[in-house]
Design a protein around this ligand. Structure first.
Ligand code: 4NP
Length: 149
């Protein structure tokens, strides 16, 4: 089973989502992340994401930003988008219904109409990153329960 976490820059939200999901799944799951943009290609996660992960005993410093590729839609089984803009951008890359059906908003599993998107914390402070961590931790917990056979 292969899972891809997607945000805009692949330096703030999706690297955290990747680290959190890896910590909740057995090793035979493959978890990766990507951005809908190539702005930060090759970069480490944002230092605020690294610090937030560390606070929760996760090391995400092996990650490097990469843009999503067309082939990811074939290769991955689940593609979890952080917000509606990411969702639309990934939908636009899909070439058939099988690929489209793999694309989800990661928070849909919370079934909370007031919390559908992971807010972009890039221009905010450290509290924004902790807030992102908390919502991703809960959503990944629920997805893991659903995905682990
Ligand atoms: P991310 O956050 O999509 O969670 O990685 C962002 C990082 C960088 C930019 C936007 C969002 N940017 O515009 O450079």
């Amino acid at each position: 089973m292969k899972i891809l976490m997607v945000c805009l820059g692949n330096i703030c939200r999706s690297p955290l989502a990747e680290g959190i999901m890896k910590s909740k799944l057995p090793r035979d799951f493959f978890v990766d992340s990507a951005g809908t943009s190539a702005f930060h290609r090759g970069e480490l996660p944002d230092v605020r994401s690294i610090k937030t992960a560390e606070k929760h005993h996760l090391d995400i410093t092996d990650q490097r930003s990469r843009p999503i590729e067309i082939s990811d839609l074939e290769e991955f089984d689940y593609i979890f988008c952080m917000d509606g803009s990411n969702f639309k951008n990934v939908q636009d890359l899909a070439q058939n219904d099988a690929q489209r059906s793999k694309i989800h908003l990661i928070l849909e599993i919370l079934k909370n109409p007031k919390l559908k998107e992971v807010p972009d914390p890039y221009y905010g402070g450290d509290q924004g990153f902790e807030n992102v961590y908390q919502m991703l931790d809960r959503a990944c917990e629920l997805w893991a329960e659903q995905l682990i056979p």
